[in-house]
Design a protein around this ligand. Structure first.
Ligand code: CA
Length: 235
C-alpha cells in the first residue's frame, strides 16, 4: 500500500475548495479542507500534512498570521492562494515564511506543478542538501554546479561571476519564485542597495546570453512586482 501525501486546504470559498479537492484527489493526494483559519491551524497541528494550501482572506484569522503561527512549529511547505492584483501581499506572504503562491484563477496542471515543486524542495532540504542536484537540465539548458558550467545546446554560455551566481541561485530553487529582496540579499549581501536596478540589468544580460527571445524568456520568467522564477528541471 502506498502512502498518500496529505494536503490541508484552508479556503473559505467553497467552490474553489471543491475544485482543489477534486483535482488533488484525482491525482492521488489525500485532502483535508478547512473553511476557517482556526480549523486550518488545528488540522496542520494534528495531521502534520505534507503541503498546506492557504487562502489569505479568511473570515476569522488573517492568512499572514496563520503563516507566522505555523512557522513556529512546522516547516511544512505553504502555498498561498492569491488574487491577481496583490503583488505586495504575495511578497509579504513569502517574507512571512510561505514557500510560493498560486494566482487565482488557476488550472489543475499549474496547481499540481506548484505542489510537486514544493514537495521536491521540502524533501531536498530534509535530506542532504544539493548532493543529488549537481546538474540542472531543462530544454537545451544545462547547468553543471560542480563545474560552474552553463551550456545551451552543448555550447558554453559565458557568464560573469555575478550572472552565474544569479542563474545558479534560481536553478537551485527552480520552480519557485524568489523575491527581488531575497535575490539581492543572497548575491550582493544584506547591505546592498535594495533598489532592483542592478538586478534588472544583470537579468537583461543573462537573458541576452541564454534566451532565444529575451523578450519572451523560456527559462527565467518575471513575476511582476514580486521576483523571478526559473523553470522546473526536466529529469
Ligand atoms: Ca477568501
Amino acid at each position: 500500500m502506498n502512502h498518500k501525501l496529505t494536503v490541508v486546504i484552508i479556503e473559505d470559498e467553497k467552490n474553489i475548495c471543491t475544485f482543489i479537492e477534486t483535482a488533488l484527489e484525482n491525482h492521488d493526494y489525500k485532502t483535508v479542507a478547512a473553511h476557517t483559519g482556526k480549523e486550518g491551524l488545528s488540522y496542520i497541528a494534528s495531521l502534520c500534512p505534507d503541503v498546506v494550501l492557504l487562502d489569505l482572506g479568511l473570515p476569522d484569522i488573517d492568512g499572514m498570521d496563520i503563516i507566522r503561527q505555523v512557522r513556529e512549529f512546522s516547516a511544512v511547505p505553504i502555498l498561498v492562494i492569491s488574487a491577481r492584483t496583490s503583488e505586495s501581499e504575495k511578497v509579504a506572504a513569502l517574507d512571512a515564511g510561505a514557500d510560493d503562491y498560486i494566482t487565482k484563477p488557476f488550472g489543475t496542471s499549474e496547481l499540481l506543478a506548484r505542489i510537486r515543486t514544493a514537495l521536491r524542495h521540502s524533501q531536498m532540504s530534509a535530506s542532504s542538501p544539493k548532493s543529488s542536484e549537481s546538474v540542472y537540465r531543462c530544454g537545451d539548458l544545462t547547468i553543471n554546479f560542480d563545474k560552474r558550467l552553463v551550456t545551451i545546446a552543448d555550447r558554453e554560455v559565458h557568464l560573469t561571476q555575478i550572472e552565474y551566481k544569479l542563474v545558479s541561485l534560481l536553478a537551485l530553487n527552480a520552480g519557485r519564485v524568489l523575491t527581488y529582496d531575497f535575490i539581492i540579499n543572497h548575491i550582493w549581501g544584506p547591505y546592498a542597495d535594495s533598489n532592483n536596478q542592478i538586478l534588472r540589468v544583470n537579468m537583461a544580460h543573462i537573458r541576452r546570453k541564454m534566451e532565444e527571445n529575451p523578450a519572451d524568456p523560456k527559462y527565467i520568467s518575471t513575476e511582476i512586482g514580486v521576483g523571478y522564477r526559473m523553470r522546473e528541471p526536466e529529469n
